[in-house]
Design a binder for this molecule. Structure first.
Ligand code: AMP
Length: 121
């Protein structure tokens, strides 16, 4: 699985384009989605060059995976949605409609989220 370092999240990590930062640590960056699909919509990304969920789970270190999981909870708390609840989505690979080929999860909440999946007709 080849990582393309020209993707938009790689550019954000290099500081070449701005983001609306929520949280950062050694392994993780989180920022608000530019086209929010819920009242709260954040993206959490690892700093390492991983293409998708599969790539991250297979290649990242335990420290990176641990930091990432904890960061999701920290971001939810910072957004004030830890108690009301939220949905974590990760699109991984072509069938998932993943648009940005740098692993990320979406945290969506701040309102009732409805059914989990709506498949196209
Ligand atoms: P996905 O389809 O799972 O790859 O989601 C990519 C997400 O990245 C979409 O929800 C976009 O709105 C979001 N996105 C794209 N460019 C930016 C950006 N510059 N800053 C923040 N979010 C972005």
């Amino acid at each position: 699985m080849a990582y393309d370092s020209n993707n938009i999240f790689a550019k954000i990590l290099r500081g070449e384009i701005p983001c609306d930062k929520i949280y950062e640590d050694e392994h993780v960056l989180a920022f608000n989605d530019i086209r929010p699909q819920a009242k709260a919509h954040a993206l959490v990304i690892p700093k390492g060059p991983y293409v998708c969920s599969q790539d991250f789970a297979e290649k990242a270190s335990d420290a990176e995976i641990g930091a990432f999981t904890r960061a999701v909870a920290k971001v939810a708390k910072q957004l004030g949605i830890a108690e009301s609840g939220y949905r974590v989505i990760s699109n991984s690979g072509p069938n998932s409609h993943q648009e940005v080929p740098h692993y990320h999860v979406h945290i969506l909440g701040g309102q009732p989220m409805g059914k989990m999946v709506h498949l196209p007709e």
